[in-house]
Design a protein around this ligand. Sequence first.
Ligand code: FES
Length: 119
Amino acid sequence: MLELKKTSPIRQMPEWIKIFNSEEEARARIRTDHPQLLIIGEKRICLVLHDGVFSAVQDACSHNGQSLSKGKVNYLGEIVCPWHGYRFDLKSGRPCDSSSPDLVTYSIRSDNSGFLIAI
Ligand code: FES
């Protein structure tokens, strides 16, 4: 029996959500280095294809909440916030030049069931 204290955080397994029917469809629909806003339930997610690799982070900038999907991706594979220019690593979510909190990152996978994101 597993007993959890009331103050213990309960870690839930991520739910995999299909966002495209296939990776080919995702590559056809998402333009390289053009951040795309995904809205899944109440979550707003910034999806990016850079250098052939997909990444997904929370859409709200951790500095002051601006939508990162309105930003740009630089040659280093960082998402650049359109408001104050803070940069974040797309793989780790870590800020590159500021003390803002890390961004939440989301795993992506492709299999026979489609192109999926873990939320
Ligand atoms: S809101 Fe993103 S850098 Fe300020």
